[in-house]
Design a binder for this molecule. Structure first.
Ligand code: NDP
Length: 329
C-alpha cells in the first residue's frame, strides 16, 4: 500500500480506503463487517469512510462495533463521517450550526470514538450561510471532536467562498473534498477543481471508482439478482443504466474489458488503478459487498504501474470523455 498526503495537510492516508455505503445496511452482520474491514486494514488501508445517512445511522453503529471488537489502536487508522441528512425534521438536516454539532455528537456516540479524523459536509446547503457552516466546523476542530473538515460535491465557487471566509476570520478552512470520480465521471475532479488544488492545496477522497459496479463488466448481460442495481431503493441506478447514456457506457465497458485482459488484470482493477494515476486523488474509496471483491480491488495499487502513457491513451480512445482544459488566451 502506498500512502499519500491529504492535499497539503500532514496526514498520510492510504491511497486505497474502504467505505460502507449500501454494504453496511440494516441486515449486515457484525462478522461480515469485521471481515471486510480486516481485509482492508491488513492490506494497509488506514481510512474508513462513513456518513450519518448511511442506513440511517446503522452503518456507523456497525463500524463502531467492528472497530471495538477488532481492537486496533486508534492512532493506526482514520475514521470519517458526513453531515447533511440526519432525519426528517427541519433541524435534523443541512449544515446549520445546530445540525453540524448534533450530527457530529451522534456519529461519535454511534461509532464509540472520541474524535473523527475527517468530517465532511455531505452536500452544499443553500439554506445556510457558508460562514455559519465554516464557523461550526472550526468550532468542532477547536473542541477536538474532528481533526480535518471537508466538503462533498460542493462546486469550486462554494469551496472558494469557504476558504475566503476562513482566511478573513482566521478559521480552519476545508482540507479535502469528496467527489465522485471514475472513468465515466471526470469533469469536476479534472477540470473544475484545478484552481482548488493550486490555490488551496485541496485533497480529494474520491467515491464510486467503479460507478457502483458498472466498471466491473457485471452488468453487461443484465442485472444479477445479488448485485447493487437489484437492491430495493436503488431502482434509479437501474433506470440510469437502461437509458441511452447507460447503454453507451456498457458498450465502452466491453472495450475496456478487452484492454484489461491485455494487461492481465480485471476491469475493476483497471478502473481503480486509473483513478490512482491522478495525482490530485488522495485516496480512492473502495466499496465491496463481498470479501473476494475487496481482495481483487486492493491489488489495483500494485497493478497501477502497468498503466503507462500508451495504456492511458488507449483508455482515452475508448472513453472519449476527457474534459477540455481551460483556454489560455
Ligand atoms: P464502487 O463504485 O466501487 O462500487 C462498489 C460496489 O461495486 C460494491 O459494493 C459491489 O456491489 C460492486 N463491486 C465492487 N468490486 C467488485 C468486483 N471486483 N466485482 C464485482 N462487483 C464489485 O464504490 P461505491 O459506490 O460503493 O463508493 C465507495 C464509497 O464511497 C462508499 O462506500 C462511500 O463510503 C463513498 N461514497 C460517498 C458518496 C458521497 O456523496 N460523498 C456517494 C457514494 C459513495 P454489489 O456486489 O452489491 O454489486
Amino acid at each position: 500500500m502506498q500512502y499519500r498526503r491529504l492535499g497539503q495537510a500532514g496526514l498520510q492516508i492510504s491511497e486505497l480506503s474502504f467505505g460502507s455505503w449500501v454494504t453496511f445496511h440494516n441486515q449486515v452482520d457484525l462478522s461480515s463487517a469485521k471481515k471486510l474491514m480486516s481485509i482492508a486494514y491488513e492490506a494497509g488501508v488506514n481510512f474508513f469512510d462513513n456518513a450519518e445517512v448511511y442506513a440511517e445511522g446503522h452503518s456507523e453503529l456497525i463500524m463502531g462495533q467492528a472497530l471495538k471488537s477488532l481492537g486496533w489502536s486508534r492512532d493506526s487508522y482514520c475514521l470519517s463521517s458526513k453531515v447533511f441528512w440526519g432525519g426528517p425534521k427541519p433541524t435534523q438536516r443541512g449544515l446549520s450550526r445546530k445540525h453540524v454539532r448534533d450530527a457530529c455528537d451522534a456519529a461519535l456516540r454511534r461509532m464509540e470514538v472520541d474524535y473523527l479524523d475527517l468530517y465532511f459536509c455531505h452536500r452544499p446547503d443553500v439554506q445556510t450561510p457558508i460562514e455559519e457552516t465554516v464557523r461550526a466546523m472550526h468550532e468542532l476542530v477547536l473542541s477536538g471532536k474532528i481533526l480535518y473538515w471537508g466538503t462533498s460535491e460542493w462546486n469550486a465557487a462554494q469551496i472558494a467562498a469557504a476558504h475566503g471566509i476562513a482566511q478573513q476570520y482566521g478559521l480552519n478552512p476545508p482540507t479535502m473534498e469528496q467527489p465522485q470520480y471514475n472513468l465515466f465521471h471526470r469533469d469536476r475532479v479534472e477540470r473544475e477543481y484545478a484552481t482548488c488544488y493550486a490555490e488551496y492545496g485541496m485533497g480529494t477522497t474520491i467515491w464510486s471508482p467503479l460507478a457502483s459496479g458498472i466498471l466491473t463488466g457485471k452488468y453487461n448481460q443484465g442485472v444479477p439478482p445479488d448485485s447493487r442495481l437489484a437492491v430495493s431503493g436503488y431502482e434509479w441506478m437501474r433506470k440510469e443504466l437502461e437509458s441511452e447514456a447507460g447503454q453507451n457506457r456498457l458498450a465502452k465497458v466491453q472495450d475496456l474489458q478487452v484492454l484489461a485482459r491485455d494487461l492481465d488484470m480485471s476491469l475493476a482493477q483497471l478502473a481503480v488503478a486509473w483513478c490512482l494515476k491522478n495525482p490530485h486523488v488522495s485516496t480512492v474509496i473502495l466499496g465491496a459487498s463481498r470479501a473476494e471483491q475487496l481482495v481483487e480491488n486492493l491489488k489495483a495499487s500494485d497493478l497501477s504501474q502497468r498503466l503507462d502513457q500508451g495504456v492511458l491513451q488507449r483508455i482515452e480512445t475508448i472513453v472519449q470523455n476527457r474534459p477540455p482544459l481551460e483556454t489560455a488566451y
